[in-house]
Write a protein that binds this ligand. Structure first.
Ligand code: 3PG
Ligand code: MG
Length: 401
């Protein structure tokens, strides 16, 4: 069944719409400034649509993990800077609600909203009930508005978040309108298309650190793609699992166990790098390109030049390319080549190019290639989970059934 979309919300004139967005953006550790506003920009079409239809918007999001933060870090997790950025990008004043997520001051601010007005609630996770699907917290949020929109693709996999599941469930029980926003609709449509009828040949590119975290995703990809290229830290897990000496590269036993069942695909669907850059652990300026074992004291930090050329050729020959996970330690300029060249080759491809969110999206953006991709997902964990075919509780609350 097709999900309810904004057009299903009915007449929005004078209505107050609760919009769950994912403004969980990376922050500068020292200043708390918004380091990357991609997730905020991605939500703007929905917000504008609602305002143009005569509604007011009560936007809400979590930011970071305040429950694990020190008191000092927690100060940076208020929504003040996000609200300022949101207002700047939307070019509409945004009122940042009181410091409590719900309560009399917030109720008053919501009641005072006029059509075209925008209120942003405080960090939802400042209320410990947010991550417990708490019915009372859901009711308090629901009381603020008339309708609900989920445009928080990056958080859709969280089954216990009140604002994602309990809140729309509350509106559902009351027969109030709910819908997915334009961003969620676009993410679902693109990923559904990728998984059902991709143009062939389909190439998967997997990087990042942990095989164990991505094992379900890798298995799903293996069933869909024609080729799967490996890069990033997980390269050394595969190598070690094959019995290759990886020097000082740290690879946990659990990771090796996760990689073992995949070894049967190596040389068939799975391609491992043929060379890699290794850096001396206690002096990163000392590097060498290795084709076999990595010498003692050195660790793998990027894919090597032959691998880059080979992967670029594969990208050129593919009609659909799905990329998740950096190919090397791209935060270090000296070890960013693999990630940068792969992003560049994808950007130049005439095929369908999709980048899974999180770090990979940041890398594509950092190198200036994000706009040239068919789609850069705003979801990290959500992208992986949706590709794996997980059914999201959050989206189930949007449907009437
Ligand atoms: C994300 O960035 O993964 C989402 O915003 C969800 O945040 P979480 O991983 O802290 O639940
Ligand atoms: Mg996450």
């Amino acid at each position: 069944m097709a999900k309810k979309t904004l057009n299903d919300l009915g007449d929005l004139k004078g209505k107050k719409v609760l919009v769950r967005v994912d403004f969980n953006v990376p922050l500068d550790k020292k200043t708390g400034a918004v380091k990357n506003d991609r997730r905020i920009r991605a939500a703007l079409p929905t917000i504008k649509h609602l305002l143009d239809a005569g509604a007011s918007v009560i936007a809400m999001s979590h930011l970071g993990r305040p429950e694990k933060a020190t008191p000092e870090e927690r100060k940076n997790l208020t929504m003040d800077k996000v609200a300022a950025k949101f207002s700047e990008l939307l070019a509409v004043p945004v009122t940042k609600a009181a410091n409590d997520v719900v309560g009399p001051a917030v109720t008053a601010a919501a009641a005072a909203l006029k059509p075209g007005g925008v209120l942003l609630l405080e960090n939802l996770r400042f209320d410990p009930r947010e991550q417990k699907n708490d019915p009372e917290f859901a009711a308090a949020l629901a009381a603020l508005g008339d309708a609900y929109v989920n445009d928080a693709f990056g958080t859709c996999q969280n089954d216990k978040d009140t604002s994602m599941v309990g809140l729309p469930a509350n509106l559902k029980a009351a027969g109030k309108p709910r819908a997915i926003g334009l961003l969620v609709a676009k993410e679902l449509e693109i990923i559904d298309g990728l998984m059902t009828e991709p143009k062939r040949p389909v190439l998967g590119i997997m990087g990042g650190a942990k095989v164990s975290d991505k094992i379900a995703f890798i298995n799903t990809l293996l069933a869909k793609v024609d080729h799967l290229l490996i890069g990033g830290k997980m390269t050394y897990t595969f190598l070690k699992a094959q019995g290759v000496d990886v020097g000082a590269t740290r690879v946990g036993d659990e990771e090796i166990e996760a990689a073992k069942p995949l070894l049967a695909h190596v040389g068939k669907k799975i391609t491992l790098p043929v060379d890699y850059v290794a850096a001396k652990s206690d002096d990163l300026l000392q590097t060498q390109v290795c084709e076999g074992p990595i010498p003692a004291g050195f660790e793998g930090v990027d894919i090597g030049p032959k691998t880059i050329e080979h992967y670029k050729a594969q990208i050129k020959d593919s009609a659909t390319i799905i990329w998740n996970g950096p190919l090397g330690w791209f935060e270090q300029t000296a070890f960013a080549r693999g990630t940068q060249y792969i992003a560049e080759a994808m950007a130049a491809s005439a095929g369908v190019t999709v980048v899974g969110g999180g770090e990979t999206a940041e890398a594509a953006e950092q190198f200036g290639f994000a706009e040239k991709m068919t789609h850069v997902s705003t979801g990290g964990g959500a992208f992986l989970a949706y590709v794996e075919g997980k059914k999201f509780q959050s989206l189930a609350q949007i449907d009437d059934k």
